[in-house]
Design a protein around this ligand. Sequence first.
Ligand code: PPS
Length: 569
Amino acid sequence: MPNLAPIPELYVSHESALKLKDEAGNLPSWDLTPRQICDLELLMNGGFNPLKGFLTEEDYDGVVENMRLADGSLWPMPITLDVSEEFAEGLEPGQDIALRDQEGVLLAIMSVTDNWVPNKAKEAEKVFGADDLAHPAVNYLHNHAGKVYLGGPVTGIQQPVHYDFRARRDTPNELRAYFRKLGWRKVVAFQTRNPLHRAHQELTFRAAKDAQANLLIHPVVGMTKPGDVDHFTRVRCYEAVLDKYPQSTTTMSLLPLAMRMAGPREAVWHGLIRKNFGCSHIIIGRDHAGPGKNSAGEDFYGAYDAQDLFRENAEEMGIEMVDFKHMVYVQERAQYEPADEIADKDEVTILNISGTELRRRLAEGLEIPEWFSFPEVVKELRRTKPPRAQQGFTVFFTGFSGSGKSTIANALMVKLMEMGGRPTTLLDGDVVRKHLSSELGFSKEHRDLNIQRIGYVASEITKNGGIAICAPIAPYAATRRTVREMIEQYGAFVEVHVATTIEECERRDRKGLYKLAREGKIKEFTGISDPYDVPENPELRVETENVDVDNCAHQVLLKLEALGLIGLQ
Ligand code: PPS
């Protein structure tokens, strides 16, 4: 049975917080990233107990190496404060820094004891199992996280502010108090980042019944896997499913966790967090917190690795694992049953709809049967994700200067406007440089900024149901990937490589720039004195030599139709 006494938090009293706020004006100030805000919230409210701050170098080494803090306690996930080299440079040991949210609100003071450059490749191998950018956390580590880590204890000033679903957010101590008040001694936690359908409702209910425990639906609303259903939609879905459980057996609380999709280590981490939230059990499934396929197309982890690692550590963790039962629908009996308990398998009809099939049906506006999900859940999902042909999307042309990007993009825009239906905006390289990026040059840093700005505008257009057509050179693969990730949260990203060779572009030399570049009068010219990473897997590659513009634009239209984004008459 869990001890439901309060656990330590890192917050100071209201009076001390006011005083510290006053003094913090003179401290170096770090604006936390969304992931760091999630981590900080769980550090401060005890969700990451026994951590007292961001990991020191010694703790970090132990956690990376063998999941142990320097004092020997079990902790599987590096919780580190990554910052830029410039910020870390002037910091002396013992220096206090102010940790602020993205609006500048002071959330905590951190006493920096450690300041080091981590070996990220090693962290990727040890923590995530492979230094492979197909893993979202490895990609984050290499392409988003700062170069330097800071470690040290944190003094909590105030919780990050949330304006959404306030009544559904609880700290570990609030949940513990709630369980104490209701006399819930045994509680099974269900961790989820997906909408719940009937099978989930059945399996969670059974898990709680088998353990003779109450049930906590504990969905992650911090950061989940890129491409997941947004948490606003999910929470509205969860609210609907909550009514399907017998009254007063089940509750729901939202967890502001930034997931890492680290499979086995993540399962142990989820267990420790749920223990802090007062739970006695947690449901761990097949491929728990799995990141999908690696760059060779194989699973990162074995299907039962998470359960195995959890089992090895369960005793020390003080929270029990409940096996996730694979539930399937038996048509003849009109009910869900655990797949491994169906004795007459060969005589009955077993129905199942995979995640991929569900997404296809939603994307194409097809029927989703009631045996699979609750009508309220399907309605919410359809509201957020209308069929693809009604969603916004981005067509992102990339290629050398003079390759024909702008001309094809213009032709495509006109064709789409002829078809009508969705507002269409062209973000051409030259136009963007005039209106959005007029102060930028062509250094790597400036090109990245330019492309990120285009990506930002395109993602807003996509989010709001429009069509964005972008036509910059966008020479760097990593930046194109960042833009893809920004946009795919909201709709399709269709990368079109305009594959005109550099020789042909130079031969055409419409603007006379290649001549100037050859003469050294324009520096850092793409293809001449600056690199261009050829897209490896664009949705479409168009050749322009001996093909007219109309045909190139038509190839793009056909691709959009094949992807279900437009309906050709
Ligand atoms: S980038 O790399 O994506 O930010 O470039 P982009 O915004 O598309 O701008 C490319 C246009 O700027 C002109 N130009 C140069 N291109 C490449 N390298 C250098 N150094 C350079 N200096 C000026 C060039 O005309 C490009 O126009 P397009 O439309 O591509 O022909």
